[in-house]
Design a protein around this ligand. Structure first.
Ligand code: AMP
Ligand code: MG
Length: 411
């Protein structure tokens, strides 16, 4: 098997190219609106009428003709319109006003709303405050200004959160069509691994990666299928990979480094895997493997061989697996999320690879700052949990000073 180790940028570009090339999922589910949270919209939502459906007052005040609001002029108040009512009287005429509440429809003949704060009521009449004038359309959102009947309000592929639920509800959609979740097989490999519920010997390690991956898969919109641990034997790996290739995405952790018992790539190669890369110049996570296996049904199961060190596993998930999984789930926004922040303290650089260090980001009114969390390397699960993101240190830079801007990988 030929090694193919890419720069971080090239590796990400290949993942994104494969992800963008996937066909839109076809399987849909219909769910009650509030059960669609964090799911991916499978059929776009169209406005079922103009929004707003009438010329809507945005203020409590008086519906008027803007031109009538001039110094010293007194207007006759004809009545009142509440939200949820419409004006049943005649159209507003010259020098007339109708009291109106926020959210109520503008009466015929009016073209603006004078805010209640800008009017002095005088019994049946009102006088605009000295110096106040109005233009046509002030304090009114015209019918259809937000959307016209039939406009697309939510595209296929958007993730449904509270803002999207509000839009769906405003269109009367009590149930939504969402994409069925892709199934993601998770196979932890390693002779040292012990499942939860068993007491590890001093030389054994609990299998935490399967659980971390299951949670990450759920976050990215997949249905995690945790398979039993594969021991570092050809027979075990063959059996797990045979099971895993029947799902939409296969995640293996461990067994992709240079050790004598790192057999994952060998077994994938036996299954005629197509490898897109077998490493990326990143730390942690350098041995990451990405490829695909042909399936019986003539489709492909994409796979990632993730390095077993828990922080490597998680960083590689955020960088490479999440974009692929989001695409399989039907999402259109795939790219890992990077933001910029100010370093709170100096950090040593000089690595030959792009580094992703567990870090703690603090957002405040005056900006986002970040502090790298002290850690013992890519096995340090606890340090990883003390952080809430990863500081990205580009290759080749000798040192990073406090106050410098760095990129963060969000998680
Ligand atoms: P490997 O990539 O198989 O060489 O494993 C690298 C390191 O990660 C070793 O110290 C393993 O014990 C540890 N490791 C591998 N798999 C897991 C797992 N599923 N959960 C926790 N640690 C793991
Ligand atoms: Mg191993």
């Amino acid at each position: 098997m030929t090694e193919n180790v890419l720069s971080f940028e090239d590796a990400l570009a290949i993942v994104l190219k494969q992800a963008h090339g996937l066909a839109t999922p076809t399987a849909l589910e219909v769910l009650p609106l509030l059960e669609t949270r964090r799911r991916v919209l499978g059929r776009r939502i169209l406005a079922d009428r103009d929004q707003p459906p009438f010329d809507r007052s945005t203020r409590d005040g008086y519906a008027v003709r803007a031109a009538d609001v001039t110094a010293g002029r007194t207007l006759l108040v004809l009545g009142l319109i509440r939200a949820g009512e419409r004006w049943r009287g005649d159209a507003l005429g010259d020098g007339q006003a109708i009291e109106i509440m926020t959210g109520a429809p503008l009466p015929a003949g009016a073209d603006a709303v004078l805010m209640v704060e800008h009017a002095v009521p005088l019994g049946e009449e009102l006088q605009p405050l000295q110096g106040r004038s109005l233009s046509k359309g002030d304090n009114v959102v015209p019918r259809g200004a937000e959307a016209h009947n039939g406009d697309s309000l939510l595209p296929t592929g958007c993730v449904i959160e509270a803002a999207e639920i509000a839009v769906a509800a405003s269109c009367g959609a009590a149930r939504l069509e969402v994409f069925a979740k892709p199934r993601v097989a998770i196979v932890a490999t390693g002779d040292e691994l012990v499942e939860l519920g068993k007491t590890p010997e001093a030389f054994q390690i609990r299998n935490s990666n399967s659980y971390a991956l299951a949670a990450l898969v759920d976050d990215a919109g997949g249905e995690a299928v945790r398979l039993p641990v594969a021991r570092d034997t050809l027979a075990d790996l063959r059996a797990r990979i045979a099971e895993g290739r029947e799902t939409d995405l296969l995640l293996l952790s461990g067994g992709v480094s240079m050790g004598k018992f790192d057999l994952v790539e060998q077994v994938l190669a036996e299954y005629d895997a197509e490898f897109f890369f077998t490493g990326a110049l990143i730390q942690p996570g350098k041995p990451i493997v990405f490829g695909r296996l042909a399936r019986e049904d003539s489709g492909w199961t994409y796979f990632f061989g993730l390095p077993g060190n828990p922080v490597s596993t998680q960083v590689c998930f955020h960088l490479f697996v999440a974009p692929m999984l989001r695409a399989l789930a039907g999402q259109t926004d795939l790219v890992p999320r990077f933001v910029e922040a100010t370093l709170a303290g100096p950090v040593k650089g000089g690595a030959k690879v792009t580094r992703f260090l567990p870090a703690e980001m603090t957002s405040a009114w005056d900006g986002v700052s970040v502090r790298v969390v002290g850690w013992q390397g890519s096995g340090d699960i606890a340090a990883n949990a003390r952080g809430n993101c990863y500081a990205v240190l580009p290759a080749g830079v000798e040192a990073f000073a406090a106050g410098e801007t760095v990129r963060l990988l969000l998680r």
